[in-house]
Design a protein around this ligand. Structure first.
Ligand code: K7E
Ligand code: CUA
Ligand code: CA
Length: 642
């Protein structure tokens, strides 16, 4: 009964407002902001929603008793902070932050020589970049599930991809993509398209949102019709860029199939527009499917060009040169106006594009896209098996492994739960098929959404997390900058139940949630991982080579191996510190006053810093990380002779 009401209200409201979006598309964008000042609870689309009040049993699910551990890990993008957040779920507690693209004062990221080598430096040794904008994070796969090896995260500003080792939870490589701007979507592959023995991640795909002149070195500035975007493949192990595909329009989010044959990106700028009005002029945009095996054959056969100074092979994926399905590298499936996320269903059958400016979700059947590439499907758009109205401003979709999809509705401030099979039946003409199952108000204007194990074959339909872009009245006021609101929802039953709010510093965007036993973290380093490791405290001391001075120190609670060390004014000092404590949780810090140095060393970790000893005097280097009853006494004296 309430089902019927749901569908009717969707249709009525959806159609009414769709007309509004079409006639006043520009206003459509401002509607989001306007809606923030509304009370979404009273918006018409809210009728028939689940109760927002948490059920009594439910709130206890997120409230763990002291000492109790979470059952899921969450890997979250940090946003402007350029780091990766590690959460425990269902509690939503933040356990760790892994600096990647932006300096971090706790671990000394961006200060130590080792982290600078990962981040990238200018010829003068200073950091190449100190800002970032991370959106998307995804982890490596094996057999369609996470294997706990790596996670990747993007920096949209400087088109960089970072890899995090999930044994130590540290960033170990960063690659800057050539020939692109606005690198946005990121997704690892799940298998090799050709070799079935490779049933794990070996590639990471990256979608670039902004079209630019190619090469971008001052030419074609005034010829926007010549601006182009690329889809990039990065090698998961070496982190080198393998190849790029030149496309028409732009890339946005990215998805990969479970068989490794297809990768996709949604495209909102089919118009190749420069101004946003232009980007919204077409009624339909696209979802691009990349035939990975064919692209790699083309690269192998030398059918590529290069752009500017980059040596990366670039193959031609433009519409004009991909008309023949039998040779096409790229297929352009049409989807309604300015779509946003593209997500792969856990049954491996479908990719779902959310409509954003259209109140719809488009379900594309992967076997049919492959049929088109094989010349067995005359019309590519016949791969669309459903295109149904779900609500206003659909952005991202998660799955419960029971055939249901959960899509965020930015403008409606809701999550809509809908059944994929029922949507396909409805689209095929069975108007009695009730595909909308439930709606839940969220607070407010949700962007990303993900469920436990959602993007794996093991989607378990327990918890859903939603990243809400506006928190408005949900937390104590703290001045003009509001936190965002991350909400956790129980999806184990028929009705969604809101469990918890968590404030978060902006702006995380994307995240994944997976069972805790998929990770096997190591809590003490292997000393042999560090080429500069000082394995015995007796190796400590100062060695000089002209003006270059090397200081070797070890730490073992509650003392540094050197009580003091002396250098001369003007020396270039490289200080190497190995923490010889091998007990879990025994971290030391090392700060040098007036020299802007502070970093930590975890058990059996080695780090180094290089600086010019330009200020004479006595400088008490001290341990900044509480390690022992004599922590405050844990010091060494740096003497800089004039
Ligand atoms: Cu929807 Cu950058 Cu993933 Cu944000 S994008 S929400
Ligand atoms: Cu060592 Cu505090
Ligand atoms: Ca468009």
């Amino acid at each position: 009964m309430s089902q019927k009401k749901d569908d009717m209200s969707t249709e009525a409201v959806g159609l009414g407002r769709r007309r509004f979006l079409n006639t006043a598309a520009l206003t459509g964008l401002t509607l989001g902001v306007a809606a923030c000042n509304d009370k979404p609870e009273t918006a018409p689309a809210a009728s028939g929603t689940s109760a927002a009040a948490p059920a009594a049993h439910a709130s206890s699910a997120t409230h763990l008793k002291p000492g109790e551990l979470d059952t899921y890990y969450g890997i979250w993008s940090g946003g402007h902070t350029g780091d990766m957040r590690i959460l425990g779920l269902p509690s939503g507690r933040e356990i760790h932050r892994i600096p990647c693209f932006v300096p971090d004062a706790l671990v000394g990221w961006g200060l130590t020589n080792e982290s600078k080598a990962v981040m990238g430096t200018k010829p003068d040794g200073s950091l190449r970049y100190t800002v970032a904008d991370t959106h998307h994070t995804h982890a490596s796969y094996k057999d369609g599930n996470y294997d706990g090896r790596y996670a990747w995260i993007n920096d949209k500003i400087n088109s960089r991809i970072a890899r995090v080792r999930l044994d130590y939870f540290v960033c170990d490589k960063i690659t800057e993509l050539p020939n692109v701007q606005g690198f946005h979507g990121i997704f690892p592959d799940k298998a090799d398209p050709v070799d079935p023995a490779i049933n794990y991640t070996t590639r990471v795909f990256c979608g670039a949102e902004f079209a630019i002149p190619l090469p971008n070195n001052g030419g074609d500035i005034n010829n926007p019709e010549k601006y182009r975007s690329m889809f990039t493949c990065v090698d998961a192990e070496s982190m080198e860029v393998r190849w790029q595909v030149l496309i028409d329009g732009n890339c946005d989010l990215t998805a990969t199939s479970y068989d490794g044959k297809l990768a996709a990106t949604n495209q909102y700028n089919i118009e190749n527009g420069v101004h946003y009005e232009d980007m919204m002029s077409s009624e339909r945009d696209a979802c691009l499917f990349f035939n990975i095996a064919r692209i790699e054959e083309a690269v192998k056969a030398g059918k590529f060009t290069t752009v500017g100074t980059s040596k990366v092979p670039v193959v031609d994926g433009t519409r004009e040169n991909n008309k023949d399905p039998k040779t096409a590298l790229v297929a352009y499936v049409s989807v309604p106006k300015n779509p946003h996320g593209v997500n792969a269903s856990p049954d491996a059958k479908y990719f779902i594009c959310a409509g954003k400016l259209s109140p719809t979700a488009t379900v594309i059947e992967l076997s049919k896209v492959l049929d088109w590439f094989d010349g067995k499907l005359a019309e590519l758009d016949k791969a669309i098996v459903a295109e149904v109205e779900i609500g206003l401003g659909p952005l991202h979709t998660a799955f419960d492994g029971r055939g249901n999809a959960y899509t965020t509705l930015f403008l409606d401030s809701q999550v809509v739960k809908w059944n994929v099979d029922a949507a396909i039946k409805f689209h095929a003409g069975d108007k009695s098929a009730k595909y909308v199952v439930d709606r839940l108000d969220v607070h407010y204007q949700p962007g990303h959404i993900n469920a436990s194990q959602s993007e794996t074959r093991m989607a378990d339909g327990k918890y859903l997390a939603v990243g809400c872009k506006f928190s408005k009245d949900r937390f104590l006021p703290v001045g003009p900058l509001h936190p965002e609101n991350e909400q956790i929802i129980d999806i184990s039953g028929d009705k969604m139940v809101l469990l918890a709010d968590h404030p978060v510093r902006g702006e995380p965007h994307d995240f994944i949630i997976f069972k805790r036993d998929l990770l096997k973290p190591k809590q003490v380093y292997d000393i042999n991982d560090f080429p500069l490791a000082i394995k015995d405290s007796k190796e400590s001391g100062v060695t000089r080579n002209g003006k270059k001075v090397m200081v070797k120190i070890t730490s073992q609670a509650p003392a540094f191996s050197l009580r003091e060390f002396t250098v001369k004014k003007g020396d270039e000092v490289t200080l190497i510190l190995t923490n010889l404590d091998k007990i879990e949780d025994l971290t030391h810090g090392f700060a040098i006053p007036k020299y802007n140095v502070n970093f930590i060393v975890n058990p059996l970790e080695t780090k180094s810093v290089t600086f010019i000893a330009d200020q004479p005097g006595v400088f008490w280097c001290y341990c900044t990380h509480f390690c022992h009853a004599l922590h405050l006494e844990m010091r060494t004296r740096m003497i800089v002779e004039a």
